[in-house]
Design a protein around this ligand. Structure first.
Ligand SMILES: [Zn+2]
Ligand SMILES: [Zn+2]
Length: 356
């Protein structure tokens, strides 16, 4: 059982406390037919929240955790215990990231049920999973060289290439598409699908007006800012613009008094406050980066404008993607220019007299 002492922090209210943490195999009841379970993950983001929804004679599950033996064990414990031997009728994945989709194929195969997911998430996940085991392509090497990586950093990148699919069980060969603003029925409740973008191409959130709940996936998180990155597959993409637009759209569509059920950390009230914080945070980052570009700089030179910590190991790739997202957004607003030098390295610089 979780304590029921609400905790306030930075404008948000956490009805179960900020550190609330249901024990594995012992889901916590959020509302009639809606249960919160948490799976452990062996990485710095050390858990994911999954949602179990009572459905006709069985369960709908939202998100699945990584394809790891430990996560399959936790599922087994739930099947035999809390879920009372009733079958999973449907697997919903909010988006394509391995912590969300990792066991979708395993679950749908085991229970012979459908995977429900937005189309771009399904397709992109299958495409990226197909890269697993391949060598890093030349365009990707050129992309990171253009960002200012040295040879050692490029070698590191080569070594890690294709890791994406390692914790994802093979996806099913067909799926049921989730479409923006459609209403789906789970048990005796209506849930509306609302799609966001920027963190992933077509991220689904699920809104239940009757229960005043929003299953937000990674689209709205209470503390960490979801990664918004440019990758070598789409070097000219502007995911930050999409992120800002979807955050504003969620604020417009959704009421403020929902209990937000995020994929990471604890459920909270304060949806609009949180969306505003995220939007304002990125606006401030854009302004400081714009300011920093009064002299020409490479991507790797821009980190101090956006991150106030030393970057090492895995964080280099994330920082590069995030920085590029901000640079591409400034380019789209015609606030800065980009030019390549003789070595193919890109230099970014503020356009005099412009503003963003
Ligand atoms: Zn994600
Ligand atoms: Zn996640």
């Amino acid at each position: 059982m979780l304590k029921s002492t609400a905790e306030q922090y930075r404008g948000l209210t956490y009805p179960f406390g900020r550190g609330a943490n249901p024990a594995p195999g012992e889901p916590h009841k959020i509302a009639d037919g809606v249960y919160w379970t948490r799976f452990a993950m062996p990485m710095s983001l050390d858990h994911i929240n999954l949602w179990l929804l009572e459905d006709e004679d069985g369960w709908t599950v939202v998100d699945t955790c990584l394809n790891l033996p430990s996560a399959r064990d936790t599922w087994e414990q739930l099947f035999g215990g809390f879920m009372q031997g009733k079958p999973v009728r449907r697997v919903i994945c909010t988006h394509m990231h391995p912590d969300h989709v990792g066991l979708a194929g395993w679950l749908t195969e085991r229970f012979d049920c459908e995977l429900w997911m937005p189309r771009e998430e399904f397709m992109m996940c299958r495409a990226m999973r197909a890269d697993t085991g391949r060598e890093a392509p030349d365009v990707a090497i050129r992309f990171y060289r253009a960002a200012g990586y040295d040879d050692a950093q490029l070698d590191e990148y080569r070594k890690k290439f294709g890791n994406f699919g390692r914790a994802i069980a093979p996806l099913p060969d067909s799926f049921r598409r989730l479409v923006d603003r459609e209403t789906i029925t789970i048990g005796d409740r209506y849930w509306q699908v609302i799609i966001g973008s920027g963190h992933s191409p077509e991220h689904a959130t699920l809104y239940c007006p009757a229960l005043k709940l929003l299953i937000s996936g990674d689209q709205v998180l209470p503390r960490i800012t979801p990664n918004v990155s440019v990758f070598p597959t789409e070097p000219h993409g502007d995911p930050l613009n999409e992120w800002l637009r979807s955050s504003a759209r969620l604020r417009e569509i959704l009421p403020d008094d929902l209990l937000v059920l995020p994929a990471h950390e604890a459920p909270f009230y304060g949806l609009h406050v949180r969306l505003n914080q995220v939007i304002e945070g990125h606006k401030a980052d854009l302004a400081s980066l714009f300011d920093y570009l009064r002299e020409p700089r490479r991507v790797v030179d821009c980190f101090p404008a956006l991150f106030n910590r030393e970057l090492e190991g895995d964080s280099l790739g994330l920082a590069t993607g995030e920085t590029l997202a901000h640079l591409n957004c400034l380019l789209g607003r015609r606030g800065i220019t980009r030019r390549a030098d003789a070595e193919g390295v890109n230099w970014y610089e503020q356009i005099p007299e412009s503003s963003v």
